[in-house]
Design a protein around this ligand. Structure first.
Ligand SMILES: Cc1cc2nc3c(=O)[nH]c(=O)nc-3n(C[C@H](O)[C@H](O)[C@H](O)COP(=O)(O)OP(=O)(O)OC[C@H]3O[C@@H](n4cnc5c(N)ncnc54)[C@H](O)[C@@H]3O)c2cc1C
Length: 233
């Protein structure tokens, strides 16, 4: 299996980086081919703009998604986007590895999503959810956070973790057709002992060794909706 890990943490020695290294080692030991996009190390530009296109369908008014479609067809996307898109299309499994920032992804990773998950390949028209352009591939989100496990859940102060990550799990990864595996979460990371952190690394190793036994989260399928996308009852 080909695996792309997109890693977003500003500190090379962070615990989040240790999770990335754990994934590389575990997956390579299983015979998988692993490629890492370390966004801070790459000085990844997260800002979607007109500069992302060397040719324009409409030079007078920027409709970003429409220009993405032309960019795909004519290979006129900015080289940094094209390179990441090629890695994404090569991968059977996408791992997003990051610390939670404000219930969400760090801005640099949001910018990877905005610029790399291009219309015309990953989504567009009726190409979404199970019909998304990346259907057949898997995605795993591995996150670190400051909060404690008991703060997340149905009656917990922050609500369920899957609700917090809904824009990512559903609105992004499932939307483009990926089979989204349940997230791997390392809780309360800065405040626990080194041993407790080590246990998260062991848990991640075990999880990665048994990924093929994971059932993906359940999301809508287009067959459940009519032409106008009203639910079929
Ligand atoms: C802008 C911002 C917004 C945030 N929003 C949220 C939020 O909404 N919700 C929330 O819960 N949290 C939030 N946080 C907290 C953040 O998610 C956590 O601080 C982060 O996930 C901790 O992971 P880390 O990799 O940065 O830890 P680090 O600080 O890098 O590491 C913690 C400790 O682990 C040690 N370590 C490194 N490698 C290893 C290893 N191999 N084995 C054992 N120990 C090791 C490090 O030396 C360090 O002492 C936010 C933080 C920021 C900056």
């Amino acid at each position: 299996m080909n695996v792309l890990i997109v890693h977003a943490h500003p500190e090379p020695q962070s615990f989040t980086a240790a999770l990335r290294d754990q994934a590389v080692q575990t997956l390579q030991a299983q015979g998988h081919t692993v490629n890492v996009s370390d966004l801070y190390a790459m000085h990844w530009n997260p800002v979607a703009s007109a500069e992302d296109f060397s040719a324009r369908d409409n030079p007078d008014y920027l409709v970003y998604a429409l220009e993405q479609r032309l960019g795909v067809k004519t290979r006129s996307l900015a080289p940094d986007i094209q390179e990441e898109l090629d890695k994404l299309l090569w991968a059977d499994l996408l791992i997003l590895n990051f610390p939670i920032y404000w219930f969400s992804v760090p801005a640099i990773l949001k910018g990877w999503i905005d610029r790399v998950l291009v219309s015309g390949v990953c989504y567009g028209g009726k190409r979404f959810y199970d019909q998304g352009g990346l259907a057949g591939k898997k995605a795993l989100v591995s996150v670190t956070l400051g909060g404690r496990e008991h703060m997340f859940g149905e009656d917990a102060i922050h609500g369920p973790l899957e609700d917090m990550l809904r824009p990512l799990l559903r609105g992004t990864l499932a939307y483009v057709g990926l089979d989204v595996l349940p997230p791997f979460v390392a809780w309360h990371v800065p405040y626990i002992s080194a041993d407790a952190r080590e246990q998260f690394l062991v848990g991640y190793h075990q999880r990665l060794e048994n990924l093929d036994q994971d059932s993906p989260l359940v999301f809508p399928r287009l067959a459940q909706f009519d032409e106008a996308l009203y639910p079929i009852r």
